[in-house]
Design a protein around this ligand. Sequence first.
Ligand SMILES: Cc1cc2nc3c(=O)[nH]c(=O)nc-3n(C[C@H](O)[C@H](O)[C@H](O)COP(=O)(O)O)c2cc1C
Length: 363
Amino acid sequence: MKLFSSYPLGDIELNNRLVMAPMTRCRALGNTANPLMGKYYRQRANAGLIITEGTSPSPNGLGYARIPGLFNQEQVKAWQQVTDAVHKAGGKIFIQLMHTGRVSHKINLPEGATVLAPSAVPFSGDMWTDEKGLLPCSEPRAMTAEEIKTTIGEYVQSAKLAIEAGFDGVELHSANGYLANQFLDPATNQRQDDYGGSMKKRNRFVLEIAQAVAQEIGATKTGIRISPHGSFNDMSDYPELTEQYGLLATGLGALQLAYLHLVDHSALGQAKPLAATTEKVRNNFRSAGGGAIILSGGYEKHRAEVDLQSGAADLIAFGRPFISNPDLAERMDQDAELTVPDDSSFYLAGEEGYTDYPILAGN
Ligand SMILES: Cc1cc2nc3c(=O)[nH]c(=O)nc-3n(C[C@H](O)[C@H](O)[C@H](O)COP(=O)(O)O)c2cc1C
């Protein structure tokens, strides 16, 4: 099966085409990785590629409780133990850089940090805080032109630290309603400067980050995740979306990024992305010079193989199945039964529902 064949991604060789999708797990006490996280990722090193949970490149992007950051030396050292553990087990690992933007509560941010967004449009949802439980998200402040520059610089610095920490590359999180996605969407980006007001200007923040990060660490080590038509975190749909994401994909392809990772959250109850958009994005990215296409959302072995065989995808990302099946690649290869994940423990602190899922004998 193609799913279990190796794949050259940038400068590295993946053992198979299964990718562990990025998943926030909220075990990073003090916003720093730890040995428990090392154990969790090591258990899952049978994936061809692991993409870590969303990790903030800035103190301002730590909107959720207990998510990790990567902007200081202590965090670099802590992540080094994780990348070492995965590499020793024969795996490959990219870190997902996620700045939460307006999806945030200031209680979750370190002192001195600010809830920032393209425009001062609050997110209507609630946010968990360990101190006070669920609270309405904080009102964001619109970023100044200077803060946009600083934030792009934070992504670049964090990508540099990622390489120092031993990661094989970086995935820029431009999906699911976080800061980069907030710039793409006209409902959350109401700017009338160089970063808003037209499709091209709304794409600019993402393209500038991708370009600057690729320049710093190499395009072969840079991937990106997008979720056209996704409604998570109140992202909107609008008539010119297909055209805008087509332009974006051309720009990202021209940077020769290692991969474009497409999200389809219809398995999580959201609308199915328009096929016209997905096809345009995929074709534009590839024909402009981009690398692999990763598809994600609701996959099982059979559908994964169908999409690999048809050429729709080069790699397939699995999310929830990797939470409850640390040895997912081996189980799928053996057609073994899969354990069902318990969603009540997705975001708890500690080992429960994290490192205690069973591994089949012999795996
Ligand atoms: C617990 C949990 C945490 C998630 N955190 C992230 C995240 O940090 N970054 C991201 O891009 N997607 C995140 N996602 C979305 C997954 O990467 C994936 O797209 C989604 O689970 C659908 O794939 P699946 O049907 O294989 O689970 C998360 C999903 C779950 C279930």
